[in-house]
Design a protein around this ligand. Sequence first.
Ligand SMILES: N[C@@H](CCC(=O)N[C@@H](CS)C(=O)NCC(=O)O)C(=O)O
Ligand code: FES
Length: 113
Amino acid sequence: MSEPQVFERIRDEIGKNDVLLFMKGTPVFPQCGFSAAVVDVLSQLGVKFHGVNILVDPELRQGIKEFSQWPTIPQLYVKGEFIGGCDIVREMFETGELEQVFKEKGVALAEAA
Ligand SMILES: N[C@@H](CCC(=O)N[C@@H](CS)C(=O)NCC(=O)O)C(=O)O
Ligand code: FES
């Protein structure tokens, strides 16, 4: 069976962006609390990221769930690796594990104030 065409677009986005968030709304105007929470974590860490608004693209909204084999939005990718959704990201942030992932993968963080 051939894979969905949308997978090609997803791979392209993941390849182009070291830190990529599939989300509802945009980083400046998230349209769901779960997406907003991940934006908040990334902002607190001072990580530059690209947001993809799945609300304006039903094919992508469905396709990303199949691609990641993860049923919900948001979905965070770092250097091509699927990290998780809101609960996982928040928990990893609290334990310091998320910062570690960024450091190991060579993603720049803002200096702590
Ligand atoms: N527990 C989830 C919360 C995210 C969630 O439940 N997302 C729902 C509501 S925004 C979702 O994506 N539903 C499918 C859809 O809207 O396409 C997480 O850790 O990310
Ligand atoms: S849009 Fe309703 S919970 Fe995310």
